[in-house]
Design a protein around this ligand. Sequence first.
Ligand SMILES: Cc1cc2nc3c(=O)[nH]c(=O)nc-3n(C[C@H](O)[C@H](O)[C@H](O)COP(=O)(O)O)c2cc1C
Length: 182
Amino acid sequence: MPANPDDPLRPLRRTRQVREFERTPLDPAVLDALADVARWTGSSRNTQPWRFIVITEPATLRALHAAGLPQTRGLATATAAIAIVLSSDPARAVSDAYDDGRVAERILIGARMLDVGAGISWIREDVRPAAREILGLPGDRMVRTVVQLGRPTAAALASKSAPGEARLPRDVVVLHERWPAG
Ligand SMILES: Cc1cc2nc3c(=O)[nH]c(=O)nc-3n(C[C@H](O)[C@H](O)[C@H](O)COP(=O)(O)O)c2cc1C
């Protein structure tokens, strides 16, 4: 047990969205490593309902960017992305959405640990047919989350809030034993 449990958990607390990237591409080994983090993520009943499309082709990244604005604004300058492909069967929606969130967050944390910038581009429902077309998906598959990746610009790394203010205070968010009376 470390003397201060906060220390090894720092990459998790410091995981933030990056939406602006330098032009220099990422090393392919970094993308392979992040795809492996994705592949090893746990899922409901270990069904591994996903496939991951690693995208580095600028035309594909920009097409997804244009199709899904404003949520996809992080794809304007991204040099890579990982699209999380799931079933489009409505019966699986809730369970798959949970797994989608688990894997997306792991990619963000893995990127943070490698000093790579990453962020979520949410593909809205009305944008999903266009994303399906761009990525060549069959009709029974869809993409809700695209994680954009790249080397962050200095501006993208700059804090957007005053120190300690990006999240609600601990005593507001963390409760003990029971919901407080009153
Ligand atoms: C489920 C989910 C969907 C999100 N969708 C988008 C999105 O479509 N586009 C985007 O730029 N950021 C998106 N975000 C990022 C949030 O806006 C971001 O996490 C939040 O504003 C806090 O900022 P921070 O993570 O940089 O601290 C999403 C985050 C989550 C958890």
